[in-house]
Design a protein around this ligand. Structure first.
Ligand SMILES: O=C(CO)[C@@H](O)[C@H](O)[C@H](O)[C@H](O)COP(=O)(O)O
Ligand SMILES: [Zn+2]
Length: 190
């Protein structure tokens, strides 16, 4: 029966709601995106597996639309070019897949979102290092511990759980809130 998983998911959402420090860091990430887009910058997203899907989903909320009929924003998920991904993984190793594209694409002031439930995936850690070198604001979306990634980033959105699917669900909840708030601040009626 699914009840235990549903109760666990609800418990994580309650813990997020009670975590005012976490919600204030989410607010900081939203503000960073608004500043970046106003300055003509972009938001880049990377993650592996389910987090790649989440990265792509959130980038599309910004580049396409969320609620409002408004101009597009420059946002992209970094795994979507499979020719790039397979060539770099084959020639240099998968650990380099996101860092190489970060070095190629990221400019000072861009926001780099790093999605990793463990916070320890090596290609995500390498992307963080490359993003810092490029002058990006680094936002990590992780599980409770933050992993190694938690020590490398400017803003840590760590979902209060150690269970991968529940963490990913938390990332999508807070990611959707961020996209809605960014859109409202940039294009909503004052
Ligand atoms: O979606 C899931 C599990 O819910 C998996 O595809 C999961 O994302 C993959 O195992 C990832 O490789 C895990 O990496 P990370 O979240 O620890 O960085
Ligand atoms: Zn998943």
């Amino acid at each position: 029966m699914p009840h235990d998983r549903i109760r666990a998911a609800i418990a994580v959402k309650h813990a997020i709601l009670a975590d005012t420090a976490l919600l204030s860091r989410l607010e900081q990430a939203t503000a960073a995106c608004v500043t970046t887009f106003r300055a003509g910058g972009k938001a880049l997203f990377c993650g592996n597996g389910g987090s790649a899907a989440d990265a792509q989903h959130l980038a599309a909320e910004l580049s396409g639309r969320f609620y409002l009929d408004r101009p597009p924003l420059f946002a992209e998920a970094m795994h979507v070019n499979t020719s790039f991904l397979t060539a770099v993984a084959n020639d240099y190793g998968y650990d380099h897949a996101f860092s190489r594209l970060t070095t190629g694409m990221a400019r000072p002031g861009d926001v780099l979102f790093l999605l990793s439930t463990s916070g320890n995936s090596r290609n995500i850690l390498a992307a963080a290092v490359a993003g810092k070198k490029a002058g990006c604001t680094l936002v990590a979306m992780t599980g409770a511990s933050g992993g190694e990634l938690g020590h490398l980033v400017d803003i840590l959105i760590n979902i209060p759980s150690s269970d991968t699917p529940r963490i990913q669900e938390g990332h999508m909840l807070l990611g959707h809130i961020l996209c809605e708030d960014v859109e409202q601040r940039l294009f909503g009626t004052p």
